[in-house]
Design a protein around this ligand. Structure first.
Ligand SMILES: C[S@@+](CC[C@H](N)C(=O)[O-])C[C@H]1O[C@@H](n2cnc3c(N)ncnc32)[C@H](O)[C@@H]1O
Length: 195
């Protein structure tokens, strides 16, 4: 089994051991959308799972692409889009083998980075950079678990600033407050600009 497929996400969906799921929209997502920071554009949601944000984005007029490796999660995203007659796409692919036809204006990463073994993070961040157009925006939730193992893997903020460091990424002067995840953990929202 390849390192990128080492965690059996499909098995977790089938068993119902999906403690990462919110069953509602992330408060950080709502804040960005309602403040007009997240405005209709061509957007990618990597590792979207069964989350509700892709449908909310498509309903709000975004051109949405979802990529996830778990077949049942992709099927659910496709079913949501079809039921609501939304023209969004859901692709079943390994993020480490997939490439888009054209770069995106924005990416929404909610518990995708923290779901990946940290050894994959540099490669994943290079891909995020390639998937975005210059000046594109990464909306990301950095999971704060303070645990040595995962998933979710702890996203230490000093390590994140190095991982998403110059010259590829620009950070805002300040970050908003963390939001609470249903698991009891905190997520640090951040909006990074792809240089
Ligand atoms: C912790 S879940 C988060 C799902 C969703 N973002 C949410 O907030 O509910 C991580 C997701 O990333 C997907 N994933 C993990 N590694 C992947 C890979 N290499 N390629 C594609 N999808 C992957 C899994 O299938 C799973 O749906």
């Amino acid at each position: 089994m390849s390192e990128t497929q080492a965690i059996d996400w499909e098995g977790r969906y089938r068993e119902g051991t999906t403690g990462w799921e919110r069953h509602g929209l992330n408060p950080a997502f709502l804040g960005w959308r309602d403040a007009g920071v997240l405005t209709p554009c061509r957007i990618l949601v990597p590792g979207a799972g069964r989350s509700l944000e892709p449908v909310a984005l498509a309903e709000a007029g975004f051109d949405v692409t979802v990529v996830d490796g778990a077949p049942s999660a992709v099927a659910i995203q496709r079913a949501h889009f079809a039921r609501l007659k939304l023209s969004a796409r859901a692709e079943r692919e390994d993020l480490f083998a997939w490439a888009p036809d054209a770069p995106f204006d924005a990416i929404y990463d909610q518990t995708c980075l923290c779901a990946l073994p940290p050894g994959l993070w540099p490669s994943y961040v290079r891909r995020l950079h390639q998937w975005l157009r210059p000046n594109g925006t990464l909306f990301i939730l950095f999971m704060q678990s303070d645990r040595p193992s995962g998933p979710p893997f702890h996203c230490d903020m000093r390590a994140m600033r190095n991982l998403f460091g110059p010259p590829g990424w620009a950070w805002p002067d300040t970050l908003p407050e963390t939001v609470t995840h249903p698991s009891g953990l905190a997520e640090q929202p951040a909006v990074l600009r792809r240089i």
